[in-house]
Design a protein around this ligand. Sequence first.
Ligand SMILES: [Zn+2]
Length: 300
Amino acid sequence: MKLSKDAKSLVKKPLGKVYYRLFIALAFIVAIIVLGSELYLAEPMVAAELQKQKIKNLSSNYYKSSTPPVIISPSAIVATPIEIKKINGTVHLPILLYHKTPANFDFQMKHLVDAGYTPVFMQEVYMILTGKMAGPAKPVAITFDDGFSDQLQATEILKKYNFKSTFYVLIGGELSGWCVGVERNVTTCGDSYLNWAQIKTLQGSGLIEVGSHTVDHLQLASLNEAAQRFQIFESKRILEQNLGVSVLSFCYPYGNFNTITELLAKEAGYNNATTTVGSEYQNPNLLFRLNRIRDTKDLR
Ligand SMILES: [Zn+2]
């Protein structure tokens, strides 16, 4: 059967409309898919980029300042979980570094009381950071380097507050001119350093942990492996022999160390080591690079 021209146009018209509608609907679906996928991708990309930037900022500042770590938003955590874990794992555990007793030491210790801190030994810092011990709500470690006899003033104040502390003692000798004991016949030292009897008394008080600060207080990174080994191992041996306790905390003289130093300290049997890098935060993955600050005034 043949349709007239009018009839043909009648059939064509609705069919054309159907194609047109189908085309529009299809275009609409395609648009939604494209736009949707872009939005879907855009979100994690922005978060990942932001995250990278934050990590970059953090890692560049981490060993340079006492700036608290950047708080990462939960949406960013989804983007790069491995790197985040490292940042979230950073613990607020200030370690204070002193040499001679500061004039305002009592005031600084009072500030710790007022701010609610509980002083712990370096061995407890190690236990807290490795999850072997829960620790107090706000732990802090107080450390003294070099074994100056002047530090006896600080011990009186520490005793008054019933505060634990860690004293990093060096052995000393003719090579360095530093000395713990007149026992080693270094006459130039006079009584400016703690002697063995005093160290034993401090250690026996129950409020003081003794750590090693090497034999001669040299720049360890400038020494060859054998010389470093002597400084790290021999100081531990002599301290343990004299004190009758395990010495497990180590402190790099001048905060100076290299990868060999770290490996030797681990091999010797220490379980942590402190630097002179100023931050209140500790990375549990870097137990041989613990940071220290020099005053309680910024502690909140
Ligand atoms: Zn020192």
